[in-house]
Write a protein that binds this ligand. Structure first.
Ligand SMILES: [Zn+2]
Length: 177
C-alpha cells in the first residue's frame, strides 16, 4: 500500500517518473505543504490549491487512497503560470522547513526533502496544454444547501494549527486523533 502522484500527457504517456510513497510519507508531505501553503496563500485561487491538497486527508478518506494525478489539481488556463509559481514557492518553503516545529513529530528530513523535490519535478513538467478545467469546475461547484461545501466558505483556518481547513476539517487535528 501507499500513495502515488503521477503525471501523464494528453496521450496518456508518463511524462516523468511517478512519486510513490508510503502512507506515512504521504501524510508528512501533505502536512508540510499545508503549513507552508496556508501561510503563503493570499488569493482565493492560491487558497483553493491548498484546500484541494488538504482534502487528501488520509485520516478521514482512508489511508492509501489519496494518490492523484497532477492534472486533477484545480488548474485553470487563465492563471496557470501564477498557480505554478505559487506551488513552487510553497514547495521551496516546505523544503526550508517552514513551521516544521509545529508538527508533533520530527520528519525525516532526507526523505521529506527528496519527496518534495520529486513533487516539484512533477509540477515543473505539467504543461499548459495538460490543463483540463473540467476538474476545477467539478471540484469547485457549490451547492448552497451543502453544510460542508468542498471549499469551506471564507477559507477558515484551524485555530490551533493555523492551516486552511478542507471539507474534512484540519489535516493536523485529524492526524492527531
Ligand atoms: Zn488543527
Amino acid at each position: 500500500m501507499g500513495n502515488t502522484i503521477w503525471l501523464r500527457d494528453n496521450c496518456g504517456e508518463k511524462v516523468v517518473e511517478s512519486l510513490s510513497m508510503s502512507n506515512g510519507a504521504t501524510s508528512v508531505l501533505l502536512e508540510v505543504l499545508a503549513l507552508s501553503g496556508s501561510d503563503l496563500a493570499v488569493t482565493d485561487r492560491e487558497k483553493e490549491f491548498i484546500v484541494w491538497l488538504n482534502q487528501r486527508d488520509q485520516s478521514i478518506v482512508g489511508i492509501g487512497t489519496v494518490g492523484f494525478s497532477i492534472s486533477e489539481m484545480p488548474w485553470t488556463k487563465r492563471d496557470y503560470n501564477e498557480a505554478k509559481r505559487f506551488l513552487f514557492s510553497v514547495i521551496d518553503s516546505a523544503i526550508n522547513k517552514h513551521r516544521w516545529e509545529d508538527l508533533d513529530y520530527t520528519p525525516n528530513e532526507d526523505i521529506v526533502v527528496r519527496i518534495l523535490n520529486h513533487f516539484r519535478l512533477l509540477i515543473t513538467n505539467f504543461q499548459e496544454e495538460f490543463v483540463d478545467e473540467s476538474h476545477y469546475i467539478e471540484w469547485s461547484a457549490t451547492d448552497e444547501l451543502d453544510e460542508y461545501p468542498t471549499i469551506p466558505n471564507g477559507f477558515p483556518h484551524c485555530s490551533k494549527h493555523k492551516i486552511l481547513l478542507s471539507c474534512h476539517g484540519c489535516l493536523l487535528c485529524n492526524d492527531g486523533m
